[in-house]
Design a protein around this ligand. Structure first.
Ligand code: ARG
Length: 281
């Protein structure tokens, strides 16, 4: 009984959607058929293509990428400009889509919501694919691997993951990252201090406000290189896949991005971008 009611409701919804879609079509075609468009009738095929490509991005001609640009070597500032692996991969994707790349630097934990609400087309932020996030957005094919690493001051009593988990230590993390999520799960809220940027967590470590920082390994290497007296523990915390986040309903963009990623992988572009930022040990 209940099932059939649901079915009828679903059918009704489809009908309403179909009608409003028709209405929208009627509206836009009458609105859009200004004088002059009629006589380009010979270009029927390209016009169709444009019609399909148009809803791919929020602003016509642009690919708006959300990131949090304090995450070297994936995204960081060089003067005014945001550079890094993610910025370059996004630029290569945008170029192949024939779009201008626009990068917005926002809080890491606002990226997914911004994509869901249609503020940004794509999120590239060394972002780990997780089951939870997959409830909210789609992810492209992974383009890199990350590891959650543990940074401690040289000479710290914390020498491995077990020390960190079992002791009474306070851990600094970037808010909303997998480091935050997994640490909070493993040691509880009270022992996790959240910072809006990775560097702020590292600064807190330098100042002795936290005992360790859990963050992705490449930024960890960069932060340790930039600050004396820190080291990375040998035992990694987790291994993860990085991918691009795209709104659930924008499957057209997802498909195109995945096709381009496959090309960039096949022709070596992806690897050469990564190699230009990460030197193999
Ligand atoms: N990989 C981690 C995550 O997805 C951290 C990413 C942080 N990225 C950044 N651009 N700040 O949660």
């Amino acid at each position: 009984m209940k099932k059939s009611v649901l079915k009828i409701l679903a059918l009704a919804l489809v009908a309403v959607m179909a009608v409003s879609a028709l209405a929208a079509c009627g509206g836009s075609s009458s609105g859009g058929s200004s004088a002059g468009t009629e006589d380009t009738g010979s270009a029927a095929a390209p016009a169709d293509e444009t019609a399909e490509a148009a809803p791919l991005t929020i602003n016509e001609g642009q690919l708006i990428m959300a990131t949090n640009a304090y995450f070297p070597p994936y995204e960081y500032y060089e003067g005014e400009e945001i550079v890094g692996i993610d910025a370059e991969i996004a630029a290569a994707v945008a170029e192949r889509l024939g779009l201008e790349l626009v990068i917005e630097d926002i809080e890491f934990d606002s990226i997914i919501a911004g994509i869901q609400t249609g503020k940004y087309d794509i999120g590239l932020a060394g972002m780990t694919v997780t089951e939870d996030r997959l409830q909210s957005v789609n992810f492209s094919t992974p383009y890199a691997t990350g590891i959650q690493s543990i940074i401690v001051p040289e000479g710290s009593p914390i020498t491995n993951l077990d020390d960190l988990l079992e002791g009474d230590y306070i851990v600094g993390v970037q808010s909303g990252t997998t480091g935050d999520i997994y640490m909070t799960d493993d040691v509880g809220e009270e022992r996790v201090d959240r910072y809006s940027k990775g560097n702020d967590a590292v600064l807190a470590l330098m100042q002795g406000k936290v005992d360790a920082v859990v963050i992705d390994n490449q930024p960890a290497i960069a932060f340790v290189a930039a600050n004396e007296g820190l080291m990375i523990l040998e035992t990694p915390y987790t291994v993860e896949d990085y991918a691009m986040a795209i709104a659930k309903e924008n499957t057209a963009l997802l498909e195109q991005v995945n096709a381009i990623l496959a090309e960039l992988e096949a022709d070596g572009t992806l690897q050469s971008i990564i190699d230009s930022y990460i030197t193999a040990e």
